[in-house]
Design a protein around this ligand. Structure first.
Ligand code: NAD
Length: 268
């Protein structure tokens, strides 16, 4: 039996990638595609939104009826969309990738997870999830090595460093019992003096169309180790979300992250 899937934010950039991925997966069946009432594609078949043939499912407005036939829901919308979804979706399993949720909305998501399983991840890249684990382990095991995180993104990115680089550097610091607020050093310039061992360097490169690259360097006196992740396409997030969807339908109520989906040691 295929999993009956609903998508919230279906007409957005991630929504369209998810539509395509769900429509092309033999074990998934698209039952609902929801977006904001103002979306110009309302009422139209969503196949063409995903650059596919018509699929018999039309884009619909948020309402409890929209989710009536879905057995699990993917949410990549906006916080207001997640908020509406929580009011409308009953006790259905959720995979939530929407970012910028307020602490109040996160609390409501946790409340939902007491009745139904929820996977929430601000980054659904499975490679980054594993890299996070590797960074913690490497920081602990190679505890005398100097750690530097270097990230590269396209020229249009407005913030630096990336949230993922901050996350990785904070994990590296925490694994050594250091406070991230004091341990992280952002770039270097001028008369810096010798590098203290209790710091984690964070550096940003901006240029062209680089989708996203994160390198973590652990430098010892006679050797160095480099862990590197490269994002090639946003489809990586969609594939991670689908992996979470296939997993979440078999879980008891609870609030989960991508680490549990991947079965990373100590996170089951
Ligand atoms: P987008 O702006 O292209 O799409 C958002 C969609 O949500 C739009 O179509 C919008 O009309 C729709 N929407 C707005 N209000 C709604 C409502 N009340 N109900 C239903 N739909 C509504 O953005 P995007 O790039 O597709 O990203 C969507 C979200 O996913 C963002 O929060 C983004 O930060 C997040 N994101 C997460 C990951 C991850 O790995 N977790 C990866 C990429 C993007």
């Amino acid at each position: 039996m295929p999993i009956e899937v609903g998508i919230n934010g279906a007409a957005g950039r991630m929504g369209r990638l998810l539509l395509a991925a769900v429509l092309e997966a033999a074990d998934l069946q698209l039952l609902a595609a929801v977006d904001h009432p103002s979306n110009s594609a309302q009422g139209q078949d969503v196949g063409p939104l995903a650059s596919l043939e018509p699929c018999g499912v039309s884009l619909s407005e948020p309402s409890p009826r929209a989710w009536a036939h879905s057995s699990a829901i993917l949410d990549f919308s906006l916080p207001a969309g997640t908020e509406q979804l929580l009011r409308h979706c009953g006790h259905r399993p959720l995979v939530v990738g929407t970012t910028g949720l307020s602490s109040e909305l996160l609390a409501r998501l946790r409340e939902h997870s007491q009745a139904a399983p929820v996977v929430f991840a601000p980054n659904f890249s499975t490679g980054i999830a594993l890299l996070s684990e590797l960074v913690s382990m490497a920081s602990r095991v190679l505890d005398t090595f100097d750690m530097e995180v270097v990230e590269a993104h396209h020229r249009h990115k407005l913030d630096a460093p990336s949230g993922t680089a901050l996350h990785l550097a904070s994990l590296a610091a925490a694994a050594r019992g250091l406070d991230a607020g004091e341990a992280l050093v952002f770039g270097r310039h001028g008369d810096t003096g010798e590098r203290p061992s209790n710091k984690v360097g964070v550096h940003s490169i901006r240029g062209g169309g680089i989708v996203g690259e994160h390198r973590v360097l652990l430098a010892g006196s006679g050797e160095y180790l480099e862990l590197k992740h490269v994002a090639i396409h946003r489809g990586a997030f969609a594939q991670g979300a689908l992996r979470a969807l296939r997993w979440v339908v078999d879980q008891p109520p609870g609030f989960y992250g991508l680490e549990q989906v991947l079965g990373l040691p100590g996170k089951e």
